[in-house]
Design a protein around this ligand. Structure first.
Ligand SMILES: [Zn+2]
Length: 297
């Protein structure tokens, strides 16, 4: 059996065909239409429709879609997504049902990712948290082998909780100073580096400069980002009483030494010493897309 799965990200969208072994049989990627949700979902429907004509074993009725939160996942309505502000209140469920024969299922993107990760580390643990750091920051939690998704599917929206008490950056979405997403995400690193150097600096360039220790101000800025990330992870280890973390998202795939730093900090500051802490960066390709295979099983 093959399923149609869609991963909507803040910058790119993937429409794919996934099989029961978490393999991506086919996929098309495009730049997310960040200012036009109707164009976005027309494109998704069009690509999905093309796949239905090419794959005999494809379940042609179902379209599983991962959306950046927060959302009403039951209906498919975006609720103030930080990195897709033009989508606020857009009813994707209604749009898909009016413009296609697909039956859409919606899920939080980090929830889809952790389901995929769990398929790969089942032998090691049934209790772990997944933290994604890319355009935004999110988390998900598997407890005793089951996904914990909260009362309405919006569990783990840590991006707009406060991590830096003395920040002078006011978040335009949550209207607070020092929220996680604006302090430690890839977008935050790019913004801070651009401010420091008074020109556009991408996340990748800022990380490259940090790894080569090219600029003192950039080194100090990313050192602080890493410290805040270490503190966030130690907070989560204490709150969820779990000793296993999987990191995902584009920024964690960089050369930044996330795993070592997080373990060092937790060992120094977590109250229980010598816990068997494991932190690993995901080695799965497109874990959101492949996790979607399992959401309506
Ligand atoms: Zn915020």
């Amino acid at each position: 059996m093959l399923k149609l799965c869609v991963d909507i990200g803040g910058t790119k969208t993937i429409v794919g065909v996934v099989n029961e072994h978490s393999e991506i049989i086919d996929q098309k990627r495009f730049q997310t239409f960040t200012s036009d949700p109707q164009q976005q979902f027309s494109e998704i429907i069009e690509i999905a429709h093309q796949f239905t004509q090419h794959y005999e074993q494809l379940d042609k009725s179902i379209l599983n879609i991962a959306m950046p939160g927060p959302c009403d996942y039951r209906k498919g309505i975006f609720l103030n997504p930080p990195n897709l502000q033009a989508y606020n209140q857009f009813d994707a469920g209604q749009y898909i049902e009016m413009n296609s024969d697909f039956q859409p299922n919606f899920v939080n993107d980090t929830d889809a990712a952790i389901i995929s990760e769990y398929q790969h580390i089942k032998d090691e643990t049934d209790n772990f948290i997944y933290i994604t750091i890319s355009t935004g920051v999110g988390m998900a939690y598997v407890k005793d082998g089951l996904l914990v998704s909260g009362v309405d599917g919006n569990f783990g929206e840590v991006g707009h909780t406060i991590i830096k008490g003395n920040s002078d950056y006011l978040c335009p979405v949550c209207q607070q100073y020092g929220c996680v997403e604006n302090e430690i995400s890839g977008t935050a690193m790019s913004r801070k580096a651009s401010d420091l150097l008074q020109r556009d600096v991408s996340t990748r360039e800022a990380i490259d400069m940090y790894m080569k220790r090219e600029n003192q101000a950039i080194t100090e800025m990313i050192d602080e980002v890493l410290t805040l990330t270490q503190q966030l992870c130690t907070n989560l280890i204490s709150i969820f009483n779990t000793y296993h973390i999987v990191l995902g998202g584009g920024v964690t795939q960089s050369k930044l030494p996330y795993s070592e730093k997080i373990i060092d900090y937790a060992k120094a500051h977590h109250l229980i010493k010598d816990v068997p802490l494991k932190v690993k960066v995901s080695d799965l390709e497109a874990n959101v897309l492949t996790g979607l295979y399992y959401i309506n099983e």
